[in-house]
Design a protein around this ligand. Structure first.
Ligand code: BES
Ligand code: ZN
Ligand code: ZN
Length: 504
């Protein structure tokens, strides 16, 4: 798909679908001005739009869409009016959702080209942010996981034109177009990886995908095999992987966007369980079917790395994924085992289904000790409990550092990937104290998300740390605005915006 920015002065109607954004509180006369010169000649279209607007159905309310089919061969073939609500309550989030809905509608009409005049938006919000949001929405709306369907319905969209009056804003607009496209693609990469079934995407294949992403966008990827992981003494990670016929991989991605700054390396750690059967603490079938997505954290990290690199963020970032499968075998780890970890702490395994934290603590220790990360963020589909607490709306977050958390909150507001901070009171540490080892891997049914997070917190030393539990937000049960049924790609855009705040 190609995005283009065109000045209205040189624009002729070549798109099959013309989007027109409408505010609830805009008088018809003002809208006339918005339609402006590009439509003034086409009296047929203008009168049809006016007729539609004078009716009772379409009022420009937030979320309202109205298609006007012109039943002709000439462009535009159809008009889609997009309601954005009142100007006062207008936000980029509303724009993102409504543009995505409109694009889906237009694709249903089999449109190959679409255009959108953003003159009326330019005065309300920053142009660069506006165009970034639009392009992000267009890319994200054009995804469906149908790789394994024999009758694939590829999206028809080929061209998307953004029209704006002032030629001198082209650079700003193009910057937004580029950023939005890259961010949309990063999100789709995360969705694609997460939607791939476990028979296709195991730990080795995930490493290959990371290498591919690295080659495409320009970050370095090093993959450690099982023997090297043993040498690193990642005993907790290896215990989880042991029952699988597929060997584990440790995937390390490095991006040095600010080589002058030797002091700061941001460490990203993504949970990379390419399948989680629960192990001997086996999951019921209904809970197991979606466990191909237990590498949603890894997918987010790979997506974020590709965006960070493509958009040349001025930061040094290292990402680590301890990729493996949690399976069942005579050789597997058991509830009751006491295992070691790379950091040296011993862990009593009470439940083999609480495996994510075991892989993560070795990855966290590695990223601090071997890659010298000065700040650590881990992202994981870690607990069913976060789904009970926050549903699929918000990611649960734990942190030991208000400053770092506030940055994540800012990032969250930019991309509308919602987060909610959970408490880390000392009292909760009881959840992970073991009678027979340094730690235990589960504290029972209460405060499950906090217990899991604090377990990882035991390995972050004194580093500013953010823990993101995306077990609820990484998966969607239905298609909606820019989301598609299945993986949501949660975290990819969020991590990019967080990293951007850490630029100096
Ligand atoms: N991968 C699961 C968490 C999960 C649940 C992700 C639902 C996505 C959707 C994780 O490894 C797990 O099984 N956690 C257990 C922990 C428990 C045994 C302490 C859980 O949440 O039930
Ligand atoms: Zn599990
Ligand atoms: Zn898991």
């Amino acid at each position: 798909m190609i995005f283009k920015c065109k000045s209205i002065k040189s624009y002729t109607n070549k798109a099959e679908t013309k989007f027109i954004v409408c505010f609830e509180d805009t008088e018809l006369e003002n809208l006339d001005l918005t339609l402006g010169s590009e439509l003034a000649l086409d009296t047929e279209i203008v009168s049809k739009i006016k007729f539609t607007l004078s009716g009772d159905d379409f009022k420009g309310k937030n979320g309202q869409l109205q298609t006007i089919n012109l039943f002709r061969d000439q462009c535009p073939k159809n008009i889609i009016l997009i309601g954005l609500g009142t100007k006062e309550a207008f936000t980029l989030d509303k724009l993102r959702k409504n543009i995505a809905k409109a694009v889906k509608e237009s694709v249903k009409l089999k449109s190959k080209s679409m255009d959108l005049n953003i003159e009326s938006l330019g005065s309300l919000l920053d142009l660069h942010e506006t165009t970034r949001t639009i392009c992000e929405a267009v890319v994200m709306a054009n995804y469906k996981f149908d790789k394994y369907k024999s009758d694939k319905k590829a999206s028809t969209l080929e061209d998307f034109n953004i029209i704006y009056a002032e030629e001198n804003e082209v650079e700003n607009i193009n910057k937004g177009i580029n950023e939005g496209t890259v961010l949309g693609q990063a999100n789709l990469l995360a969705r694609f990886l997460c939607n791939e079934p476990s028979n296709v995407l195991g730990p080795v294949e995930l490493a290959i995908e990371a290498k591919k992403a690295g080659e495409e966008s320009g970050f370095e990827v090093e993959v450690f095999d099982e023997a090297s992981i043993k040498e690193l003494k990642m005993e907790a990670f290896l215990a989880v992987s042991r029952a699988s016929a597929k060997p584990p991989t440790l995937i390390v991605m490095r991006y040095h966007g600010n080589p002058d700054n030797k002091e700061e390396i941001i460490g990203l750690v993504g949970k990379g369980l390419t399948y989680d059967s629960g192990g001997l603490s086996i999951k019921p079938t209904a809970s197991m079917v979606s466990m191909k997505s237990d590498m949603g954290g890894a997918a987010a990290v790979i997506g974020a790395m590709s965006a960070i690199t493509k958009l040349k963020a001025k930061v040094n970032v290292i990402a680590v994924i301890a990729a493996c499968e949690n399976m069942i075998d005579g050789n597997g780890y058991r509830p009751g085992d006491i295992i070691g970890s790379m950091g040296g702490k011993t862990i009593e395994v009470l439940n083999t289904d609480a495996e994510g934290r075991l892989t993560l603590v070795d990855a966290v220790h590695y990223i601090i000790e071997k890659e010298h990360a000065t700040k650590v963020l881990d992202i994981a589909t870690l607990t069913g409990a976060v789904l009970s607490a926050l549903g699929s709306t918000a990611t649960g977050v734990l942190s030991n550092n208000d400053f770092f958390y506030n940055m994540l909150e800012q990032a969250s507001k930019i991309c509308d990937e919602k987060i909610w901070r959970l408490p880390t009171f000392e009292d909760y540490k009881e959840l992970i104290k073991s009678d027979v080892a340094d730690l235990k891997n589960t504290g029972g049914p209460n405060a499950g998300t906090i217990g899991a997070g604090l377990f990882i917190g035991e390995f972050v030393q004194d580093k500013p740390w953010l823990h993101l539990d995306i077990a609820g937000t990484s998966w969607s049960n239905k298609d909606s605005d820019y989301e598609s049924k299945g993986a949501t790609g949660a975290g990819a855009r969020l991590l990019y915006h967080l990293i951007k705040q850490l630029e100096d």
